[in-house]
Write a protein that binds this ligand. Sequence first.
Ligand code: B12
Ligand code: SF4
Length: 444
Amino acid sequence: MKALLINPWIEDFAAYDFWLKPLGLLYVGSYLKKLGFEVFLIDLMNRHDKRLHDYVQVPKDKFYKTGKFPYTKIEKPSVLSFVPRTYKRYGAPKEYFYDKLREIGKVDIVFVTSTLTYWYPGYWETIKTIKQVLGRKVPIVFGGFYVRNLPYHAKKSGAYIFSSSELNLLPKVLSNLLDVDLSVEVFDWFEELEPAYDLYENVGYLVLTTTLGCTFRCTYCIAHRIWNKIKFREIFRTVETIEKYVNYFDVKDVVFFDDAILVNSHKHFKPLLKELIKKDLKVNYHLPNGIHARLLDKETAELLKEAGFKTIKLGYETSGDLQIKTGGKVVDRDLIKAARLLRDVGFTEREVSAYIMINIPDQKEEEVVQAMKICREEGIGFSLNEYTPIVGTDDWIELVNKGALRGNEDPVLLNNTVLPFWWKYGMDEKKIQFLKQKARELKS
Ligand code: B12
Ligand code: SF4
């Protein structure tokens, strides 16, 4: 039987390919292969697909194969009409999608993934297009973070929703949908499978995760609610996967998406780093998903340097009382210690930077400025992320309880770019712009 995987479009005011790969969907691909499916992939967000150049001018890579997506200007959803920005569909043009769908031809089932909740218009448009081309009879299974977080909303896309992270539920779902017997023993898919990168003709970089879950409980984050507990993949398997695909695609950049890569590091990340150093694959490694400053020690810093890490993001978020109020994962002294350890082994501010969030509920402007100053004093960079209340987090529950959110907002209204234009409980656009200007001054 033939299965088609699709990484859908993103519709938003802004989007950047900061090493974006549909990791979850690639695991689904591997699982389907194990079930005996012939699997195809259309990744509408793969800037490194050579065929894309036949349809559109693809912006050149910026640093380490990241870069801007091609886009088409589109009309805003009516609920966003008040936002004075241009709305865009990022990714491959429609003609590319039509051609790819026609080329692959008849399939038995389609799988569409999702990530950020407020990107749903792009996912829905993708599903609509699939139906237009393949007809209404081919079942479309829709999964990923948005579907898991907002299943009732995702259902309105008209696809069959899979709102779990447990891939062992797939055989039963598929048996029902396709009316065949696909029974398979429950197995540890995260350990035994690897993301099915072989479905690509070309990629610019590799993205992997060596763990699932997080041991912290930050009030603004949902990651710890997605997986019941933290899971580590055996080191030798991760190394095997990296080596195999680095050689297969001849890529120079390998990216880790882990939420908590430093947890239990003497048993996990340190031995992994030592193996990667031994292998000497001549690639750049990147950690774009804020690591835990408190868990970083001298040995890890040295190993990161020796292994060839080029991007290290530290999760800092804010200075001030909110550090404890939001869960206590990091306080100033942890950040300072981590920055010094990394600087001592030779990392520069180009390689190490902290994520600072703006617009956390009850956050004061001074706290953001203070956090930026600490980064400057310690010789590391920083990037500002605008806060977004994620449905189901402690923050969101509190905001709903105190009436600062209704609880049933259209997900696009919770987009961090949109929030300052309407949400009177947080910072307004003027304050955000002031902090961004302050950031530019501190960086210059
Ligand atoms: C890595 C990561 C990033 C990376 C890259 C993300 C990217 N662009 O792809 C970086 C660090 C750049 C990043 C940035 C941001 N991120 Co982020 N990110 C993640 C993270 C940690 C992992 C996602 C992942 O790949 N997981 C591993 C795979 C294996 O899991 P999965 O995708 O869920 O797939 C599983 C299932 O869902 C299922 N599945 C998936 N697809 C499908 C499809 C089908 C058909 C089926 C059957 C099953 C299925 O199978 C998989 C196995 O179980 C998640 C948190 C998390 N732990 O999930 C946040 C998360 C998605 N990010 C989040 C946010 C808010 C952001 C930012 C907006 C932060 C900010 N304020 O700037 C930015 C936006 C970046 C951007 N423009 O892309 C939020 C989303 C909130 C929301 N409202 O949607 C999350 C949930 C984290 C959080 N804060 O709680 N992020
Ligand atoms: S913000 Fe980071 S440390 Fe906190 S729960 Fe989420 S993934 Fe874990």
